[in-house]
Unconditional design. Sequence first.
Length: 206
Amino acid sequence: MKNQYPSLLLEKAVCEFAKLPGVGNKTAMRLVLHLLKQEQAAVEAFGNSIIQLKREVKYCKVCHNISDSDVCNICSNPKRDSAIVCVVQNIRDVMAIEATQQYNGLYHVLGGIISPMDGLGPKNLEIDSLIERVAQGDIKEVIFALSTTMEGDTTSFYISRRLKDYPVKLSVLSRGVSVGDELEYTDEITLGRSIINRMPYQINEL
């Protein structure tokens, strides 16, 4: 079969871009050809930013959010309400909630949700570190802001059982977020209202 690429360098670049989620060969080709048209300095800046990101990015030792330092800007901000912690699945959910400008507490990024089909159990997630934070006694409320799927509900239920002996209020987003929805795809107004109108979490919901 005749190689469709006029250059092995072009083919290699396209193949690398095509490995990104949601990027097919046609989109990868478009991106590579776009970069080829740019000035050398612009392309080098693009490449160096990705390399620097991978080499230097950190994860907050408190909440596990992405950070430039050992403790992220949210956890280190004295103006945030440290008595409230919002439990989310991933970093994209933190960004989605922050975009609403309706929440002033802290976060805890689990790094996923319990999903046996994907080989993810409680030990694969940052659940123990959440329990440790609550055990310190400064947290008064834990908000479950996980996806409204069976896996998300299972994760909330599991954590609630782990927290049942601690004097902490458990809340869940109001069902303005439709069942089956991921937080990152929920519009800011709906998500913001769901945070403001959060409800007490019932441990027998499942």
